[in-house]
Design a protein around this ligand. Sequence first.
Ligand code: PEP
Length: 255
Amino acid sequence: MRQLLIAGNWKMNHTASETETFCRNFRALGLEDHKVEILLCPPFTSIPAMVSVLDGTPVHVGGQDMCYVESGAFTGAISAAMLADAGCSHVLLGHSERRQFFHEDDANVNLKAKKAIEKGLTPVVCIGETREQREKGVTEKVVRTQLLGALEDLSTEDILKLVIAYEPVWAIGTGLTATPEQAQEVHRYIRDVLAERTDDETAESLRILYGGSAKPSNAEELLSEKDIDGLLIGGASLKVDDFYQMIVTGDKLNS
Ligand code: PEP
């Protein structure tokens, strides 16, 4: 059975001091003995505060992006080694906001995934269609292209180190959630593409998260779907109680 992963993407929210308060309150709720795996991806400047306050808990900390280059003249960028050194174990790659506002493409995500793996980080590769693409009926084509582009030249051994996040762009931060059936249909398709690209065993063992207005009220129905192995949560991960509630929901389903 695939262990559920409940992940939070804070985007550009929470200063370091706000992060410290969040993490103290989060820790006070009890972070040991959960059945799900937990990941939080704060802004870069909040990583040290999060790592320090959550030290000794099983919560993973991740970056929201990284540069595909080792080091050097890339003003404003953060390297994989810097994230790892700061205490991160994961990194989000190819989030739709990175694609939309920072013009990242599949080739870029692929280079980042290779560098992240080389440096021992777990990439969480985000893919998903826009509203127009869904309406045009090209959802499968879009996720297939994004997925295969991100995985280009990766060995099966390396692919096994990834987490995939299916995030329909029209559902991110909009309050519109894909129905569990809509999400399951695409998750199953992604797993089929993974099987084609690798083998059945690899595809069955990889985790595919759903992201897009996930919240306490819809977490259970989404997580109950066969091929949904966790959630990537934006807005609802900013509130300690909401995020914790989704962890507890995951625990119930992962037992
Ligand atoms: C996200 O940022 O990955 C996301 C899914 O955001 P939200 O939950 O706010 O839609």
